[in-house]
Design a binder for this molecule. Structure first.
Ligand SMILES: [Zn+2]
Length: 317
């Protein structure tokens, strides 16, 4: 058995995973950001011990623990360099758990962990070379080449969401303008739709829905586009265009066998996937009618990918 930890902004999900990648039991703990990191790490150890006991197991039945972090990690030192959601900086998470449990502990970026899970048990398992994009509030990326995680020389690689792909009307949190995630994430869609509402004289059905609800989600934009609302259609088309530019860049650099898309935007209908595929096809250099090239699919493991990929990090060590 393996333990996988998915560190989130408001919750930490912990799962016990078997050799086949099945989560046999799981638990949740709250991550109150006002708590000291040591308090949250302690809560983590208590929950892991509870799971082991609940399954009638002993510590020696657990081969390793892995942690997926929404932020930058030093996988060699085993520390979290920063995790903005939790306001954690330079937290020695691996050492803490190693000292407590006396078993191997590994750490990795959460999008990379999800990419690894998809490549072991999900949408990209048939491929040696794959890229995973999680598209929600931002865009996270994970690169698997020859079934190995690609982190780069400083562990800071595969930040696909911060590659600049155009010009935008607002800046990215990273301080630059035109990052992939500010042009093709769910947040990007919402910001663009609201921006257009402020500049368009015409009132769209999306705008009426926004006034009624007091907020907007990417799903509303997809729904209103399907109903024929011009502003929504324009927003979806713009998102597909930039998503295609970002994906074509990935193909031009890495030529992976397959790209899997997860996160909230992956719940968009097949028509959105078809739109992105057709745009990517026009942007890539190889004629994809003749060879299998440019395959873009939905990720399969959903929210479980974080736990499963983290659990199996020992296989990458
Ligand atoms: Zn950025």
């Amino acid at each position: 058995m393996y333990i996988g930890v998915d560190l989130g902004g408001t919750k930490i999900k912990i799962g016990m995973v078997d050799e086949e990648g099945q989560i046999v039991s799981s638990g949740l703990i709250d991550t109150d950001p006002s708590h000291d990191d040591k308090v949250i790490m302690k809560d983590m150890t208590v929950e892991i011990e509870r799971l082991i006991k609940q399954e009638g197991m002993q510590l020696q039945d657990i081969k390793s623990i892995g942690i997926g972090v929404p932020g930058l990690v030093d996988y060699q030192k085993g520390s979290i360099i920063y995790c903005t959601n939790l306001s954690w900086y330079n937290v020695e998470a691996v050492n803490y758990l190693k000292e407590h449990f006396k078993i191997p502990v590994y750490i990795e970026n959460d999008a990379t962990v999800a990419a690894y899970a998809e490549s072991l048990f999900g949408s990209t398992k048939e491929a040696k070379d794959s890229v995973f994009l999680t598209i929600g509030t931002g865009i996270g990326g994970g690169i698997i080449i020859n079934k190995q995680i690609i982190r780069g020389a400083h562990g800071a690689g595969s930040e696909i969401g911060h590659t600049v792909i155009g010009e935008n009307f607002y800046d990215c949190n990273c301080g630059r303008n035109g990052c992939f995630e500010t042009l093709a994430s769910a947040t990007a869609m919402i910001k663009y739709a609201l921006h257009k509402m402020n500049t368009n004289a015409e009132v769209s059905s999306l705008q009426r829905a926004y006034i009624e609800k007091g907020q907007l989600e990417a799903k509303d934009i997809f729904d209103h586009a399907a109903m024929g609302d011009a502003l929504s259609i324009e927003t979806v088309d713009r998102t597909a265009k930039y998503l295609a530019i970002g994906i074509a860049n990935i193909y031009n650099i890495l030529d992976p066998e397959i790209i899997a898309i997860g996160g909230g935007v992956s719940k968009a209908g097949d028509s959105f996937f078809d739109l992105v595929r057709s745009k990517v096809k026009k942007m890539t250099l190889v004629d994809s009618d003749n060879i299998k090239y440019g395959e873009i699919v939905r990720a399969e493991l959903g929210n479980d990918a974080g736990i499963i990929g983290a659990a199996f990090l020992s296989k990458q060590a």
